[in-house]
Ligand binder design. Structure first.
Ligand code: FES
Length: 151
């Protein structure tokens, strides 16, 4: 195993610690790369297909390198009623990505999440944890353009 993944020893060698090992990888690298799948498989003496299966089963694991800005559109009840699916569609059209994807410049990653805890501002999204509320089409696109301008 390459020394890049030496930290896997923190999880021990037992297969029951597979999830813990994957969580360590994601914490250190931000996502689970092909190299990580192969290193984890080697570490726990499993096949890559088995590891891949577990990774795809749990939504907490990301297979794609995250963009610089993590864009989370709230789809909790309050936001849903106030049109969060439209917000997500507008963002998808503007950036050319669907939830779970990262744009080609690796600038934005898009996901939908459950309640962000500020329902009175619905519909809401957050970018790297900063919350933007009472979104409409114009406001949403402007926020994206501002982030893009600042790189
Ligand atoms: S439902 Fe969106 S912030 Fe609560």
């Amino acid at each position: 195993m390459s020394s890049r993944f030496a930290f896997l020893s923190e999880a021990g060698m037992d297969r029951s610690s597979l999830i813990k090992g994957l969580q360590l990888v994601q914490k250190k690298e931000g996502f689970i790369s092909d190299e990580a799948i192969s290193a984890v498989a080697g570490h726990f003496a499993m096949s890559e297909a088995e590891v891949e299966g577990v990774v795809s089963f749990y939504a907490q694991f990301k297979r794609n390198k995250p963009g610089k800005y993590q864009l989370s559109v709230c789809d909790g009840t309050a936001c849903h009623i106030k049109g969060s699916s439209l917000i997500q569609e507008w963002i998808s059209m503007e950036l050319g990505i669907r939830p779970g994807e990262t744009d080609t410049d690796a600038l934005f990653s898009l996901e939908t999440v459950a309640c962000l805890g500020c329902c009175s501002l619905a519909p809401v999204m957050s970018i790297n944890g900063k919350v933007f509320g009472k979104l409409d089409r114009k406001g949403t696109i402007k926020i994206l353009k501002d982030y893009r301008k600042n790189g």
